[in-house]
Design a protein around this ligand. Structure first.
Ligand SMILES: [Zn+2]
Length: 354
């Protein structure tokens, strides 16, 4: 079913309707429909769309804008670009210039790009204020400074790698595979980077546990990087292995979290717990969307449907929003605990008051 890019139709009209192949507009003038052929002609074996007033989005998709070629139906996109259950809005054969211009057009990667581009800008602005020692306690020590810095850098890496993958992945299969690996490396870095300050603060008064968990999570980072770098991005079995690896990386966080809950008194737990649960909830909900392909798998674009999830509210877009929410929640939680620790002192973290 995967069309060969060399044999792709050259029509300048973006095909935005699933179903039988549409009649080419060649010979009828660009983007015009012959009023005499406004029916399904099964004898001749082609389908001609009845004339209807196209929406602004559909019209823009068909003609392209900002100097970009029109987007394509999945039938006219190379197989490496296919997204399950997404049928329209593919950018095919875009150059670097087209990819940059497509930031300002609407296609099936627009929300994926902008959700993480804005996220990169937000976390970068926090990083700049952090480097100026704003929002930090005056007595911040070098170890905790490095721990928070690790998280911020990993978040910038994850969000910016993801932005690049979704923006430039349509240039070629080679670019797609390389940028997908970088996207996965960014996810592994973000998971590890989230552990570093969390474990630092949670076990700051329990140095042996702190060292043990930091070592274990570093080993998990190596596992995640291995899964990202050395698995075939198009092999279903290896993709499943990689998915389970990332799920394990996040799920392992429950071990130190529960351990910490048992170690500290209830009033200290309450400082951190909301943000901790918020982060796990965001990753859990995001993972559900990412792995289930819901909602587009249940509402795949059908001709004449009032709405489809090809361009808006698809599972990957919801996954992106969940990742950003998790980063935001965790960042606020870390900063809250950072100030609480400096205000209250280490002794209050111990349940036995040692
Ligand atoms: Zn993504």
């Amino acid at each position: 079913m995967a069309p060969n890019t060399e044999n792709m139709p050259t029509s300048s009209s973006a095909d935005t309707s699933p179903g039988p192949a549409r009649a080419d507009n060649e010979g009828m003038g660009k983007n015009t429909i012959d009023p005499a052929r406004t029916r399904t002609d099964r004898k001749e074996g082609f389908y001609v769309e009845a004339p209807s007033r196209p929406s602004l989005v559909t019209a823009t998709l068909r003609r392209g804008c900002c100097g970009c070629p029109p987007v394509r139906h999945v039938r006219n996109a190379p197989s490496f670009q296919h997204i399950p259950h997404i049928t329209i809005g593919y950018r095919v054969g875009f150059s670097l210039r087209h990819c940059l211009a497509s930031l300002f057009t609407f296609h099936n990667e627009s929300i994926n790009i902008w959700s993480h581009l804005l996220g990169t800008m937000y976390v970068s602005s926090v990083l700049v204020s952090f480097l100026r020692l704003e929002r930090l306690h005056p007595n911040v020590d070098p170890v905790e400074y490095k721990a928070i810095l690790t998280f911020l850098l990993s978040a910038v890496a994850c969000l910016s790698f993801s932005t690049c993958y979704h923006t430039f992945g349509c240039m070629s299969e080679r670019a797609f595979k390389f940028l997908l690996r970088m996207d996965l490396v960014g996810i592994a870095l973000l998971i590890w980077g989230s552990y570093v300050p969390g474990i630092h603060y949670a076990f700051v008064c329990f140095p042996r546990w702190q060292s043990l968990y930091q070592t274990l999570t570093f080993l998990l980072l190596l596992l995640g990087l291995g899964g990202a770098a050395f698995t075939d991005t198009h092999c279903p079995r290896q993709s499943l292995f990689r998915t389970l690896t990332f799920a394990f990386l996040v799920g392992f966080g429950l071990v130190p979290s529960l351990h910490w809950c048992l170690l500290v008194p209830a009033h200290i737990r309450s400082i951190f717990l909301d943000n901790l649960l918020g982060m796990f909830l965001a990753y859990g909900v995001g993972f559900f969307f990412w792995s289930s392909r819901f909602p587009e798998r249940l509402f795949e674009s059908k001709k004449g449907a009032a709405f489809s999830f090809d361009l808006l509210f698809s599972s990957h877009q919801l996954w992106h929003l969940c990742i950003f929410f998790a980063v935001y929640t965790w960042l606020e939680g870390i900063l809250e605990f950072h100030h609480a620790l400096h205000d209250l002192g280490c002794v209050v973290l111990r349940a036995d008051g040692d």
